[in-house]
Design a protein around this ligand. Structure first.
Ligand code: ADP
Ligand code: MG
Length: 287
């Protein structure tokens, strides 16, 4: 075994083969995030997207666009279709109709889940899914995008770069002090930050977060808001959340907030604007 836990164990470079994350990494990349054409300013573009479940329209001609670099908060009552929208973007659910594009040119409706992840979309589900038995740093290592076996001669150099990225990410998610602990010992809020760190190791162009603050203490929630605010400029983000203080911390006074209801966009604007929108008050906030 490796003496220094911060150094990836080179003796067993393929230990994580067969792992859900390494399957994505080992297949190479169809599109690199740098190849996403954002010349018209949008990182994500949805137009008239409809999804039906047994005749019920979970998404009903949903149209939505997110600017590159933006951190967009999405709010709306339960059943509004927020999670279904993320399922469509990530290729988990096929829409009945409509357009879903990453940048100008990447048609996500023609791609499967692994290729969409490779194209640069990372998704954070509600419950943290970390490898409980593994130390925190190793969770980050396992999540890293590598071209195993193809770069044997460059391995040493790549691994130094990889190590630096693990350290950077540990500091970003403020888990430097927990690097050696099994992830299973972390608090809920720490696990959520670790999972975000694992997504960041994949260098996504767009990060989708579905109710990331659910189940967190107030302190953990504000720490998460600080982390996401810090990530601005690193990747574009779409955050679905109910906690209005959290949304306020992310949107600030000028950030755009989208309110969804019944499978479409009900209102859009600053948090203050949507809070004063009559339709929003009736369908959501006023209840
Ligand atoms: P939200 O995340 O905004 O709470 P969802 O996208 O989870 O809303 O759900 C939107 C609607 O679609 C809900 O009425 C839900 O019951 C329904 N729905 C979601 N997924 C499925 C599915 N796989 N089969 C049938 N109905 C579904
Ligand atoms: Mg949901």
């Amino acid at each position: 075994m490796n003496e220094n836990p911060m150094v990836p164990d080179l003796a067993h470079p393929d230990d994580n083969d067969g792992h859900a994350l390494s399957g994505v990494a080992s297949m190479g990349r169809a599109v690199t995030p740098g190849e996403i054409d954002v010349s018209h300013g949008a990182i994500l573009y949805l137009e008239d997207v409809t999804v039906s479940f047994d005749g019920f329209r979970a998404l009903n001609a949903l149209s939505l666009s997110i600017d590159v670099g933006e951190l967009r908060c999405i709010i709306g009552p339960n059943g509004a279709g927020k999670t279904t929208m993320m399922d469509v973007i990530t290729g988990k659910t096929e829409p009945d109709s409509g357009k879903v594009f990453l940048g100008q040119t990447i048609d996500l409706t023609r791609m499967n889940e692994p290729s969409i992840a490779r194209a640069g979309i990372g998704r954070k589900f509600q419950k943290p899914t970390v490898f409980e038995q593994h130390p925190v740093w190793e969770n980050l290592e396992l999540a890293m995008k590598t071209d195993k076996g193809w770069w044997a001669s460059l391995r040493a150099r790549l691994d130094r770069a990889a190590q630096a990225r693990i350290e950077e990410t540990l500091s970003l998610i403020r888990l430097e002090g927990e690097a050696l602990r099994p992830a299973g010992e972390l608090s809920h809020g720490q696990k959520q930050r670790l999972e975000i760190g694992m997504l960041l190791m994949q260098q996504p162009a767009l990060l989708l977060l579905d109710e990331p603050a659910a189940g967190m203490t107030d302190d953990e929630t504000m720490e998460l808001a600080a982390l996401l605010n810090h990530l601005r400029g690193t990747c574009s983000m779409m955050v679905v959340e109910h906690d209005m203080e959290f949304v306020a911390a992310l949107a600030g006074e000028t950030g755009k907030v989208t309110v969804m209801a019944e499978g479409r966009v009900l209102a859009q604007g600053t948090l203050d604007e949507v809070k004063q929108d009559a339709a929003v008050i009736e369908s959501y906030l006023g209840r």
